[in-house]
Design a protein around this ligand. Structure first.
Ligand SMILES: *Cc1c(COP(=O)(O)O)cnc(C)c1O
Ligand SMILES: [Zn+2]
Length: 408
């Protein structure tokens, strides 16, 4: 049973049939999946969801596939960690960490979007999948393509972290490193996509792919007892995840899944690294549009200088009363250590960005001392070890003799 009506242009509202396409033929606006929410509301209940397996597919009526998922069936349902020590350190009442650093199978939230994208690509009959990536997407497309028996081509900036590159090659994918920024990789991929009949998960499959991000927020609300927090801090690369977190909350409200079903009053805040902060800078300066930048930051997974969904991310933040901040590379490293030392969670640089920005928002009074906040940790620290080299001290090396060491 499918609840999808088709695709709809975000700008002019024109409707299109379900197909591997992402731009409006009339105005070049981005296309989005259009659901039949009345039907979903009739069928989907909290009780029904709670009886299903603990994966992101327990919300499948709200995901854009026709048949049962065939790729990434075990992804999602990551822990929502009550972070008491971090809350104390930050001086705020209630902090939760949505920990996608342990998402299955490749330890980032990208396993959610890829599960939907590749399941959809198989429905469309594609045999080859591809992507332009800042690292985590490459890992997830390669791993899921391997298990699904799909041919895979991955395009990345040549200077990504070693863990991200090795963590793509190990799955047998064709990896192409490009001497350029992500934005240049992405532009090249659009040209390749016009020539080859491949499923580019973040180009021609993008409307379906992006919907997978909603499951992070569905889980967050379910894990909070079918409620929204006062605040959520979301990392922004293209800005897509942030818009989908906002959309997920509106959907749960619309179909009546929240306990207190008044309009969800959760402020959605966007986090960027100062070295690549086009969206945060535009929001802070009250510009209507962002200005593309050339990225220079250790948070490579977020290093998109010309973010495809930047404009819509700004709209989501404004609509919810959220704010946007950015943190320097030093602050990112400090925040990674803070999260590690208070909660025992090792995040990659993107999680240093959200934790650092949460700290800043509390300091600025945007998040009040008696409020609740969910911090999204979207990737695993073992993949970006370079960022921490020289910042965590060294082990004490001793001989295997207990007494001498104790006497020192
Ligand atoms: C891709 C990515 C994001 C954000 O992605 P959007 O393009 O904004 O949806 C956040 N964190 C990590 C670790 C990522 O890899
Ligand atoms: Zn249009």
């Amino acid at each position: 049973m499918s609840y999808i009506k088709g695709l709809k242009c975000r700008e002019c509202g024109h409707h299109f049939p379900i197909a591997p396409t992402h731009v409006c033929e009339f105005c070049f606006g981005p296309l989005e999946v259009d659901y039949n929410y009345d039907q979903i509301a009739k069928s989907l209940t909290r009780e029904k969801i709670e009886k299903r397996p603990q994966t992101m597919w327990r919300y499948r009526e709200l995901l854009p596939i026709e048949k049962d998922p065939t790729v990434g069936v075990l992804a999602g349902y990551t822990p929502l960690v009550p972070a008491k020590n971090l809350a104390k350190a930050l001086g705020v009442k209630e902090v939760w960490v949505k920990n996608d650093a342990v998402c299955y199978p490749t330890l980032s939230f990208k396993d959610r979007v890829v599960s939907v994208a590749l399941s959809k690509a198989k429905e469309f009959g594609f045999k080859t999948v591809s992507c332009a990536s800042t690292g985590n997407l490459a890992n997830s497309v390669a791993a899921n393509a391997a298990s699904a028996g799909l041919e895979c081509y991955v395009f990345i900036p040549y200077d990504l972290e070693a863990g991200k590159v090795l963590g793509t090659l190990v799955y047998g994918a064709n990896v192409i490193g490009i001497r350029g920024t992500y934005d240049e990789v992405n532009r090249l991929c659009s040209e390749i996509g016009a020539k080859y009949k491949w499923a580019f998960v973040n180009i021609n499959i993008r409307p379906y792919y992006a919907e997978g991000s909603k499951t992070l927020a569905y889980e967050m609300m379910e894990q909070l007892g079918w409620k929204v927090p006062n605040h959520v801090v979301v990392p922004m690369a293209s800005g897509s995840l942030l818009t989908k977190v906002h959309k997920a909350m509106k959907e749960f409200h619309k179909i009546g899944l929240l306990t207190d079903n008044t309009d969800p009053k959760c402020k959605v805040h966007g986090a960027q690294a100062t070295g690549c902060s086009p969206i945060a800078t535009a929001l802070k300066n009250d510009w209507e549009l962002f200005k593309p930048v050339k990225p220079n930051t250790i948070a490579k997974s977020l290093a998109i200088g010309n973010p495809a969904d930047g404009f819509y991310a700004m709209q989501s933040m404004k609509e919810t009363g959220g704010w946007s901040e950015d943190v320097s590379d030093e602050e990112i490293v400090e925040a990674i250590k803070l999260l590690g030392e208070t909660e025992g969670i090792f995040t990659e640089t993107a999680g240093g960005v959200t934790t650092g920005v949460a700290k800043k928002l509390i300091k600025l009074g945007k998040i009040k001392k008696d409020e609740s906040v969910v911090i999204c940790i979207t990737g695993n620290g073992l993949k970006t070890q370079e960022a921490m080299t020289g910042h965590v001290g060294k082990p004490t090396i001793i001989n295997p003799e207990l007494m001498r060491w104790m006497l020192h």
